[in-house]
Design a protein around this ligand. Sequence first.
Ligand code: TYM
Length: 328
Amino acid sequence: MNTEVKQNIKRPIVLSGVKPTGIPTLGNYLGALKNFAKLQNEMTNYDFYIFVADLHAITVPQNPKELKQNIRNVAALYLACGLEPERLVLFLQSEVHEHAELGYVMQSISYMGELERMTQFKDKVAKNMTQGVTSALFTYPTLMAADILLYDAKYVPVGDDQMQHLELTRDLGTRFNNRFGNTFNIPECLVTKQGSRIMDLQDPTKKMSKSENENKGCIFLLEPLNSIKKKIKSAVTDSEASVHYDKVNKPGISNLMTIYSSLTNKSFKEIEAEFVGCNYGTFKTKVADAVVELLTKIQSKYNEIVNGDLVNKVLDEGIKKVLPLSKN
Ligand code: TYM
């Protein structure tokens, strides 16, 4: 972006995105979406640039019809999860071609070695071996760097798994500035204290992820409430029958405690005290109730807006604000 364009940006920017690959999960909510809404309430002097990362979605194979619906779902879920339309600049990544252009520039200043070190790439390669690994999956972090640097974003709220990509973004921004003169703001990562890494309910050593083939360990935001209750009740725990936080020896219970804590704002100590002498069944019922209470609200708001005009209106307004920034 040139100086003239930078002058068009009146207020500092908080920027983030979610990939429309399937329905967002409870992990996406607790690690990212919930935080976007909370920060929007707290950081009243900032503009919130929140987009649907549809170019990142196609780094793995997509069914075009489903992708279209998923894009709309993510846009509607941003609003259903509490982002205020008035202060939200919402847009689709693919509608601003400068993301891909700057992504290419970022590829030209990044090294194979640093992209090969990305944990998310290594994990995805392991999962996608049978389908083939696209070169776009390899350069995923350079596009992400472009998404952020293009707008001179000041803060980027993300879950724990994206911190390495944020570090690379900072490295690439600094490298570009050193080589070609001060051009980009170097962004900072904002990670929520509680819930930045929600684990799979069936294998609590793995991150909860919508791309898992077996979905029993993953809660989707638009899933029927009964199915959610069932998944929480059959979450893997341990044989100790004592609710206390110990991530190494009790990863299943610690994960459920993290979910419960994020939803109720209770500390681990308070949760331990609440469930002294209780069996895991009682604890799981309480966790399930808290998740169901939240998702009842989100789903009803989502149903109200998904087929109405609000999503289109916010997207239209968003792109009007974004395009002049990139066109100059
Ligand atoms: P995506 O769709 O994979 O994840 C969206 C957000 O959800 C967080 N997240 C989690 N948080 C806690 N526990 C989990 N189990 C969990 N799973 C996912 C992610 O950290 C993320 O914040 N690459 C981004 C999309 C993106 C982006 C950007 C974000 C593209 N360009 C620029 C910020 C800035 C991603 O991970 O999407």
